[in-house]
Each structure stands twice: as structure tokens, then as C-alpha cells.
Design a protein around this ligand. Structure first.
Ligand SMILES: *Cc1c(COP(=O)(O)O)cnc(C)c1O
Length: 366
């Protein structure tokens, strides 16, 4: 039987080839495994056109571990981070910065609009102590796309450093170091690259990483130490997630075979389009206006009907092979449907059918 379709922000549906790549055990000292790590890292750097200037530091753990490592290593202890927040992931970045004892300020624009570069400009003008700015490329809690290149331009004009959480966009939306000035881009294996969960990575400007020795608040999240060890030995510091690296190597080969970032974006856009059309045909309204919607995950207003209950809806669609995701908004009742993963618009059609039948079973007209 086929696994349920995961229409979530990750972990996602992966291809059989990617899953099969995990059937081998690797030793962490093994030269073939180390060559695989090196190949994956090179490929990830090339995805941002970062050859020569940027380096890839892979890290064990989920994406948040990599965000925490990047901030704890790149922002000096006496530095200050301005977080541009319009949802849960922005607030998480601020919280983890505060937890490690770094100075942090949040520029909160609410959860219904993109970050406003003019307000970033004003904030940087007003506070010279801000050394770094953190931004979420696609704020996965709503699916909103933030204007990364405009934000980068403002940050660069003020000669501050930019740290980008591109977790849910990396691989699908283009980010080029030739066009955007940033110190670090953070992502993980298990979103648009369609690998499995267990590792994140930071694509960091080498000159910035070099200055970061001894800054980290944590040993296991010290990106500088992780990088130096990898450079010196070719090995991961501490036990590597070997199966996850093997799956990512395979997933990257499929990414290339598909046609790279433009092809992946096109497939996700087609998924997103089919999803939005199908939802509207059911009388369900997407939460975001089209122009702010990233083709990653769609937030949908819950039906205004007394029989609506997300838990019930979830169980019914899951029984039909489709896993959805709850909303993450504080003010309105919503749920979310992902468009990413090893799925295409025929899977979206199947998911729409499962949603339609589930609503009908619940007595909600669709
Ligand atoms: C998925 C995600 C993360 C990381 O979440 P984990 O649960 O730690 O993998 C961070 N930021 C964004 C924008 C994300 O979508």
C-alpha cells in the first residue's frame, strides 16, 4: 500500500528512490561516506551560486537546530539581532536568540502581510546597535512570501548582516549570492529538496564564519567548530545522520534530473494552482491574496459551519490517504495544505477529492 500523502510543511512525501537510498549502513570514518558528504555540501553551495565565497556547514538535527547554530555562531555575544517577524517561525527565531542570551528585537508586522522593507530601514536607522537582521523567506505558518531581495538591499545599505531562514523555500525559490547579499542561508534536507528529516545546513559566508571562533553558546551547535572539524578531517564532528545524508545525496540527484530549481518551482506552482482552484470550487477560501502566496503551503479559512472540526476532518482525510496540517494563526480558524514534496497535480486532485468527500461526510456542503 502506498504511504499517505503528506500535504504538510515537512516532513514530506519522498520518492521511493530516496527512501531506498537509506537501506545501507555507512561508517562515519568511511571514505565513501565522507566523499558523499563533501559532494552534498558542494551541490548545496552551488544552489546559491556561492562557489568560492560561501561554505556549507551541515548539522545534525531538525531545521531549528541549524537556525540556533547559525545565530549563536554568527552573531557576536555583544551583537544585536533584529528579527523581522510575520508568523511563528520569526517568533521562534527571536525566542531562540533570547534563550541564548543575545540581544534581540522583533519587528512584528502581524501575520497577514509581508515584511515591509521601509520599516526595516527605519528600524536600522533608529538603532545602531543592531548588527544582524534575521528574516524568514517563506513564513511557513501562513505560506506568505517575504520580499527577500528588497530586505537584503536595505540591510546592505546600512552595512548590517543578513541571516535568512529559507527552510521551506530552499530549492524551490531561487536565492543567488550573485544577486542577494547575505551572511547565511539556513535550510534543511526534508523540505523542498525532498530528502528525509534529520539534518539542517547553513550556507555561510566564509569570511564571517572565520571570525566566529569561540562565539557559540553551545558546543554541539558551534557552527565554526563543526566547520573546522569537517575541513580538517572530512568527517562530521559527532555521529553523522548517515542514512539522512545518503537520502539527501539521492534526492539531489533527482532534483538535478528534474531540471533543478526552475523545474521544482514549476511543479510546486502547478500543485499550488490546482490546489487553490480546487479549494475555491469547494467554496473554501485561501487565506492569503494570490500575490503574497508562496507555492509552498496554502492556508485555508475553515468552513463557517457548525459541524466543522479540524480533528474530525483530519481523521477523515487521513483515512482516505491524505495528511493535512492544522492552522497556526492566532486570530482566525484555518487549516493548511502543503504543495511541496514528491507529489504532482494528480496527487493534489486526489487530495481535493478526499477533502470533498470528508466534508460531505461531515454534513458540510462542498
Ligand atoms: C520547517 C521550518 C523550520 C524548522 O523547523 P523544524 O521543525 O525544526 O525542522 C524553520 N523555519 C521555517 C520557516 C520552517 O518552515
Amino acid at each position: 500500500m502506498r504511504d499517505a500523502l503528506l500535504l504538510t510543511p515537512g516532513p514530506l512525501t519522498t520518492s521511493l528512490t530516496t527512501k531506498t537510498a537509506m537501506l545501507r549502513d555507512w561508517g562515519s570514518w568511511d571514505a565513501d561516506f565522507n566523499a558523499m558528504t563533501a559532494r552534498v555540501c558542494r551541490r548545496l553551495v552551488s544552489l546559491i551560486d556561492g562557489e568560492g565565497e560561501y561554505t556549507c556547514v551541515p548539522l545534525q538535527g531538525s531545521g531549528t537546530f541549524a537556525v540556533e547554530a547559525a545565530i549563536g555562531t554568527l552573531v557576536p555575544r555583544e551583537g544585536k539581532l533584529l528579527v523581522l517577524a510575520n508568523g511563528a517561525y520569526g517568533h521562534r527565531m527571536a525566542r531562540l536568540t533570547a534563550v541564548m542570551g543575545r540581544d534581540v528585537e522583533v519587528l512584528d508586522v502581524g501575520e497577514t502581510s509581508p515584511v515591509d522593507p521601509a520599516r526595516v530601514d527605519a528600524a536600522l536607522r533608529a538603532d545602531k546597535r543592531i548588527t544582524h537582521v534575521g528574516v524568514i523567506h517563506c513564513e511557513t505558518s501562513t505560506g506568505i512570501l517575504n520580499p527577500l531581495s528588497d530586505v537584503a538591499r536595505v540591510v546592505n545599505t546600512h552595512r548590517r548582516r543578513l541571516i535568512v531562514d529559507a527552510m521551506s523555500s530552499f530549492g524551490a525559490l531561487a536565492i543567488s549570492a550573485r544577486e542577494i547579499d547575505f551572511d547565511a542561508v539556513i535550510a534543511s534536507a526534508n523540505k523542498c529538496l525532498e530528502g528525509v528529516p534529520g539534518m539542517g545546513f547553513v550556507l555561510a559566508r566564509q569570511s564571517s564564519l572565520m571570525q566566529a571562533e569561540g562565539r557559540a553558546h553551545s558546543l554541539s551547535l558551534d557552527l565554526h567548530d563543526q566547520w573546522c572539524y569537517l575541513e580538517r578531517t572530512g568527517q562530521w564532528r559527532f555521529t553523522p545522520p548517515t542514512h539522512v545524508v545518503a537520502a539527501l545525496a539521492q534526492a539531489l540527484d533527482q532534483f538535478d534530473a528534474e531540471g533543478g530549481q526552475p523545474a521544482r518551482l514549476a511543479r510546486y506552482q502547478a500543485n499550488c494552482h490546482a490546489l487553490q482552484e480546487g479549494l475555491r470550487a469547494m467554496g473554501l477560501q485561501p487565506f492569503l491574496p494570490e500575490r503574497w502566496q508562496a507555492p509552498i503551503i496554502v492556508t485555508v479559512h475553515a468552513p463557517a459551519h457548525p459541524a466543522w472540526d479540524f480533528g474530525d476532518f483530519y481523521r477523515r482525510t487521513k483515512a482516505r490517504g491524505v495528511v493535512l496540517y492544522p492552522g497556526k494563526l492566532t486570530t482566525v480558524e484555518t487549516f493548511r495544505v502543503g504543495c511541496i514534496g514528491a507529489i504532482d497535480s494528480s496527487d493534489i486532485d486526489a487530495a481535493l477529492d478526499a477533502m470533498r468527500r470528508s466534508l460531505a461526510d461531515m454534513g458540510i456542503p462542498a
